[in-house]
Ligand binder design. Structure first.
Ligand SMILES: O=C(O)CCC(=O)C(=O)O
Ligand SMILES: [Fe+2]
Length: 457
């Protein structure tokens, strides 16, 4: 059989290991990725005795149920072998496509075309090739050969949060600064409008100024930028802007000295609600009485009032991947089979002001749960996540390259991950309402971001 499959091109390498599993109706196998370091790329499974639905899950939460018919051969290679988990839900019936009979393939969510199929006893023959050298696949975050340390989990203390930010925000920006800057050239209109409306001579701080995109918008202002990344600050200085390195939690500027502040796409990099609050409070501290601040954070809702954000619209290659169910438990699936705790709620819960004041609000209640890795240009399934950055070298010389890469593709450059807490509708406002001596002048949604304009009393 193996010879035949080789000859017919189903497989390229001859397996040397076989596992036989028998499933009674009602039995299954937890979602898992076969250990990278133990086996080569191709893993194949022959189904005998009964058909079954196998669920494939991407770490971003997308689930794809696949029908494995009687006497079929499943071939897992590349992304499906290394990145997606596979598993069989323990149950006695499967939901299958009525029109396709019992043909292999993805089960779509078309409710009009679904029917139940009773499971019989299934015996599977899983063939693998034992790996002799460490795995060097392109999915280092789920690869036990390449994992130098355990993947990051939700921070439980301020110290853990600060370490997470250090590694998954500060260090990453330091490394991607050049490439990042080459992709940040277009100022957003509403931010330009805010800056242009300020009286000439205003002293304005840009907290988390990045490459200084907003520092030169209005020449009538005296703008100072600060950022945690030395490399980004250097880029600002090359453009002759005033900028310095500092942490947004402690900006070395006298209280009440700024006529206005902006903080664009910064607060979402703080890893606890308390730290996000502290960052907002620090911005408020800088403002003089009557001074205004404009804050932008990334929104969980990338589709708002029936309109997809630019971030989603720029997904060029997401066809063929169907989002059938967004199972929140899938967030933990990129490592080892873990029972579905049902705790990780991907839905937004807006904390009450009371919760903020008592420091009670944590978007996660589960200890030690791993941070999911987001698939770029897709909707969010979790508020706290890691967003991949596809680093391209020599960014300054080449024409700007796409940092997010088309979804589902994996190019050659290294992939770095930045931590984000994406905000739900109302969350930024709720946080701002607890600030001392500050009122919310305006709040709005702008291209996938939640935004507020604050005023100091
Ligand atoms: O039963 C199957 O087809 C798959 C079994 C499996 O995933 C495994 O043994 O790792
Ligand atoms: Fe497996």
């Amino acid at each position: 059989m193996l010879e035949k499959w080789l000859k017919e091109g189903f497989i390229r390498h001859k397996p040397d290991q076989l596992t036989v599993n028998q499933y009674e109706p009602g039995q299954g196998i937890p979602a898992h990725i076969d250990t990278h370091s133990a086996f080569e790329d191709e893993i194949i499974s022959l189904s005998l005795g009964s058909e079954i639905i196998m669920d494939f899950k991407h770490p971003d939460g997308v689930t794809v149920p696949v029908m494995l018919p009687l006497r079929s051969l499943l071939v897992m290679t590349g992304e499906s072998r290394y990145l997606w988990t596979h598993g069989i839900t323990p149950r006695k019936f499967d939901t299958v496509q009525a029109s396709k009979g019992h043909k292999s393939g993805i089960i779509t969510g078309d409710v009009g075309d679904l029917t139940l199929s009773k499971r019989g006893i299934r015996t599977s023959f899983t063939f693998r090739k034992v790996r002799q050298t460490p795995c060097d696949c392109s999915y280092p975050l789920v690869c036990d050969s390449q994992m130098k340390e355990p993947p990051p989990s939700f921070p439980e203390s301020d110290k853990e949060a600060s370490q997470l930010e250090q590694k998954y925000v500060h260090q990453v920006y330091e490394e991607i600064a050049g490439h990042f800057s080459s992709t940040r050239h277009t100022p957003w209109p509403h931010i330009v409008e805010f800056l242009k409306a300020l009286p000439s001579g205003s002293l304005v701080a840009d907290v988390g100024c990045g490459n200084g995109k907003y520092l030169g918008i209005n020449k009538e202002l005296y703008m100072i930028g600060c950022d945690r990344s030395q490399n980004l600050v250097d880029i600002c200085r090359e453009k002759q802007y005033q900028a310095f390195v500092c942490d947004a939690l402690s900006v070395p500027v006298r209280s009440g000295s700024c006529d206005a502040c902006i903080s664009i796409a910064v607060i979402h990099h703080f890893a606890t609600a308390e730290r996000r609050m502290a960052a907002l409070q620090e911005i408020a501290r800088l403002l003089r009485s009557g001074g205004k601040a404009l804050i932008y954070v990334w929104a969980m809702e990338q589709e708002y009032q029936k309109k997809k954000s630019k971030y989603l619209r720029e997904n060029k290659s997401n066809q063929g991947r169907q989002e059938i169910s967004s199972d929140p438990s899938a967030q933990e699936l990129f490592v080892e089979p873990v029972p579905d705790t049902g705790h990780q709620d991907s839905a937004c819960s807006i904390p009450s002001i009371n919760d903020f004041q008592k420091g009670r609000y944590h978007s996660r209640e589960v200890a030690n749960s791993m941070l999911p890795i987001h698939t770029n240009r897709t909707s969010f399934h979790s508020q706290d996540l890691l967003v991949p950055w596809h680093l391209k070298g020599n960014a300054s010389k080449e024409k700007p390259t796409e940092p997010f890469g088309p979804a589902g593709t994996h190019d050659t450059g290294p992939v770095l991950h930045r931590y984000y807490h994406v905000f739900c509708e109302g969350e930024l406002e709720a946080a701002c309402q607890t600030l001392n001596n500050v009122s919310i002048l305006q709040s709005y949604y702008d291209q996938g971001n939640w935004c507020v304009i604050l005023q100091k009393a």
